[in-house]
Design a binder for this molecule. Structure first.
Ligand SMILES: [Fe+2]
Length: 304
C-alpha cells in the first residue's frame, strides 16, 4: 500500500486494470488513463473545473438522439475525427485519394440516378457539372463502382434539415460506366455552421471560433475488392477554406469550378476530379462517422 498522490494514483489504476481479458481494451484504457491523469496534472485541474467538465459531458450525452450525434460533433471540433481518418489512411494497402469526414448528413437510401442526371430536384442556382473517373492505384478505371454523393442546396441546407426524413434532395447514387467514369449535374453548395445550439456549439463560441465549414460535396465511393473511400471536395474560394471547424480539408481535395470544353456538359462550369481507390485489406471497411441512429445503445464490450 502506497500513499496516494497525483503520481501513484495513476499506477494504482493501471495495476487494477491489468487483468482485462481483451488485450486491445487493456491497451486503450492504459493509455487513456495515463494521458487523462497527465492532462489533469498539467492544467492543475480544480474541483470546480472537474465538475464543469462532468456537467459538459452529461449534456453532450443528453443532446444525442437517433438523428443527432453531439459526441461525434465534439470529436470533430477537437480534431479527433480527422486524426482517426489520418491514422486509418496509413493502414491502406495503396495510396488512395485523401479521406475526409462522413459527417452527420449521410443517408444510406439515396436514390439511384443515371449518369448525367441532376442531383438537385429543382435547381435554383446556376448548374455545375461534376465529372471524373474512379481509378485503381495503377490508374485504370474501375467499372461499375458505386459513387454516392450528397451536399447542401445552394442556400447551405441539407434535405433533412428542411424536410426531416420526408424528402431526399441534393443526394444520389451513381454507378460508373465500363471505364470507371461518372458525371452528374448539381448546383454549387454553400458552407454552413455546425449545430451551435448545443454544448459543443457553446464551447466553440466560448473559444471565439466561427463554427463554419467551407462549401463541400461529400462522396462515398465503393467497389468490389477495394477499400471504401469516404471523402469530400472543397471549394477553393470559400472564405473558410483554411479554417474548417472540423478539420476536413486537405489541399488535395480543393476544387474550383471552371469552363471546361472537355467536360460532358461543356455549356456548364465544370469540376473535374478523379478518385483513386486502394485494394481492400483484411480489416474491411471502416468509416469515421455513422448514421446516428446506429449509435444509440452502443456497448463498450465490442472493443477488442
Ligand atoms: Fe457536409
Amino acid at each position: 500500500m502506497h500513499d496516494l498522490d497525483e503520481f501513484t494514483v495513476t499506477d494504482a489504476v493501471i495495476a487494477q486494470m491489468q487483468d482485462t481479458p481483451s488485450d486491445r481494451l487493456r491497451e486503450i484504457m492504459d493509455a487513456a488513463v495515463r494521458h487523462l491523469h497527465a492532462f489533469a496534472r498539467d492544467v492543475k485541474l480544480t474541483p470546480e473545473e472537474w465538475l464543469l467538465g462532468i456537467g459538459f459531458m452529461t449534456e453532450i450525452g443528453k443532446t444525442c438522439t437517433a438523428s443527432r450525434q453531439e459526441t461525434i460533433l465534439l470529436s470533430d471540433v477537437l480534431g479527433l475525427s480527422a486524426m482517426v481518418n489520418a491514422l486509418h489512411a496509413k493502414t491502406s494497402l495503396e495510396k488512395a485519394t485523401d479521406a475526409s469526414l462522413l459527417g452527420p448528413f449521410y443517408r444510406e437510401t439515396a436514390p439511384h440516378l443515371k449518369l448525367g442526371d441532376s442531383i438537385a430536384a429543382l435547381p435554383d442556382a446556376p448548374e455545375l457539372v461534376f465529372y471524373g473517373q474512379i481509378r485503381n492505384a495503377a490508374g485504370a478505371g474501375v467499372a461499375h463502382a458505386m459513387v454516392q454523393v450528397w451536399q447542401t442546396d445552394a442556400h447551405g441546407f441539407y434535405d433533412m434539415q428542411l424536410h426531416g426524413q420526408e424528402k431526399m434532395d441534393h443526394r444520389a447514387v451513381f454507378t460508373t460506366d465500363a471505364e470507371g467514369r461518372f458525371h452528374f449535374r448539381t448546383v454549387r453548395p454553400l458552407g454552413y455552421y455546425i449545430p451551435m445550439d448545443g454544448p459543443v456549439g457553446r464551447l466553440v463560441l466560448a473559444q471565439k471560433r466561427h463554427g463554419c465549414r467551407p462549401a463541400h460535396i461529400h462522396f462515398l465511393v465503393g467497389a468490389e475488392g477495394y477499400r471504401e473511400l469516404v471523402t469530400s471536395v472543397y471549394f477553393a474560394d470559400d472564405p473558410y477554406i483554411d479554417s474548417d471547424t472540423v478539420f476536413g480539408v486537405s489541399k488535395s481535395l480543393i476544387v474550383s469550378p471552371a469552363p471546361d470544353p472537355h467536360s460532358p456538359c461543356p455549356e456548364l462550369e465544370a469540376i473535374h476530379y478523379d478518385f483513386t481507390l486502394s485494394l481492400a485489406g483484411a480489416d474491411g471497411d471502416s468509416r469515421v462517422g455513422a448514421d446516428p441512429s446506429r449509435l444509440v445503445g452502443a456497448q463498450i464490450d465490442h472493443v477488442g
